[in-house]
Design a protein around this ligand. Structure first.
Ligand SMILES: NC(=O)c1ccc[n+]([C@@H]2O[C@H](COP(=O)([O-])OP(=O)(O)OC[C@H]3O[C@@H](n4cnc5c(N)ncnc54)[C@H](OP(=O)(O)O)[C@@H]3O)[C@@H](O)[C@H]2O)c1
Length: 284
């Protein structure tokens, strides 16, 4: 444990960062959150709010005062901004835990997909910085399936592409638990942790698990991939096609669980069924 550590959480209003902040408080760490819009941030009262924005790297300086370690969610900004952000963090911080992505392929000099590229852009300046770093490289998040919430709130049918795609989705609390270990204990410097949930489930079975959590049966309805691109409006078409390409591949070869969550935290990764129960209210 870093003695009386103060940790800056960047992305504390998000799914994983919110869990990181909550779990850090439980370890007795002092938590500061870099927040773009302090008025709208619903964070625990013990979290110190520091206004700032990654797209304006100078705004991080005050937030980093007295900070030992930084948890960073990267919102896919440019390489130039990434370099400047890490430059400012390296002036004051010591340790950084980055929420990266399993889409980064270390075997490639140039990443071959938009998600890998967006995260390599922030990994590289960290590698060059002299900071003590840990990269979290998760596969798919269970929170991705919140995309079905509007359909489930208003009916019993979920329309989507590649219902047979099978993957071990991750509970955000498990990603956060790995982050908290890496932020607060030694032995994680230079680690690239490839994270997954505990067991692979098809999208059809994920919908069924949400139905079980809600106590009413839900049904999957298959649609063609191009209609799905049109419906995935929260992603750019390029990223939506990359995501759908990944789902197509997962219909052929199911995603394999890794043991990393258990190895790092000592507890097995939570199941998707547990995630559905924890998020019942999001679908009700
Ligand atoms: N979804 C997946 O399956 C998956 C898999 C692997 C990796 N990832 C990676 O995980 C990350 C997303 O994590 P998440 O789901 O926890 O995030 P999230 O819930 O989407 O939240 C994003 C957080 O980043 C903050 N943020 C955005 N732009 C910012 C800026 N310019 N300055 C400061 N803070 C900013 C947001 O703050 P506001 O409240 O101000 O918006 C929010 O707290 C992405 O990098 C994604 O590529 C996702």
């Amino acid at each position: 444990m870093v003695e009386s550590s103060r940790i800056l959480v960047i992305g504390a209003t998000g799914h994983v960062g919110g869990q990181v902040a909550a779990q850090l408080l439980a370890t007795g760490s002092a938590v500061r959150a870099l927040v773009r819009n302090p008025g709208a941030a619903a964070l625990p009262a013990q979290v110190e709010i520091a206004p700032g924005d990654l797209s304006a790297p100078d705004t991080l300086r005050a937030a980093l005062d007295g900070v030992d370690a930084v948890y960073l969610t990267w919102p896919m900004l440019s390489a130039e901004v990434a370099k400047a952000v890490i430059g400012v963090i390296a002036e004051r911080g010591r340790r950084i835990v980055l929420l990266s992505s399993a889409a980064v392929d270390d075997a490639l000099d140039e990443q071959d997909n938009p998600v890998g590229r967006a995260h390599a852009v922030i990994e590289q300046p960290i590698l060059d910085s002299g900071l003590e770093w840990t990269f979290l490289r998760p596969h798919g998040f269970a929170t991705n399936t919140l995309e079905w919430a509007p359909q489930i709130r208003t009916g019993n049918v979920v329309r989507g592409a590649y219902g047979k795609a099978t993957m071990p989705l991750l509970h955000e609390a498990d990603i956060a638990a790995v982050a908290v270990e890496a932020l607060t204990t030694d032995g994680h410097a230079g680690a690239r942790y490839e994270l997954t949930g505990s067991a692979a489930l098809s999208r059809i079975d994920q919908v069924e698990a949400i139905g079980a959590a809600l106590g009413r049966p839900l049904r999957w309805e298959e649609i063609d991939p191009e209609s799905a691109v049109d419906e995935m409006r929260w992603l750019t078409p390029e990223i939506a096609r990359f995501v759908l390409g990944g789902l197509a591949a997962l219909t052929e070869t199911p995603g394999e669980p890794t043991a990393t969550v258990r190895e790092v935290t000592g507890a097995p990764a939570r199941s998707y069924q547990q995630w559905a129960i924890d998020h019942r209210s999001d679908f009700a």
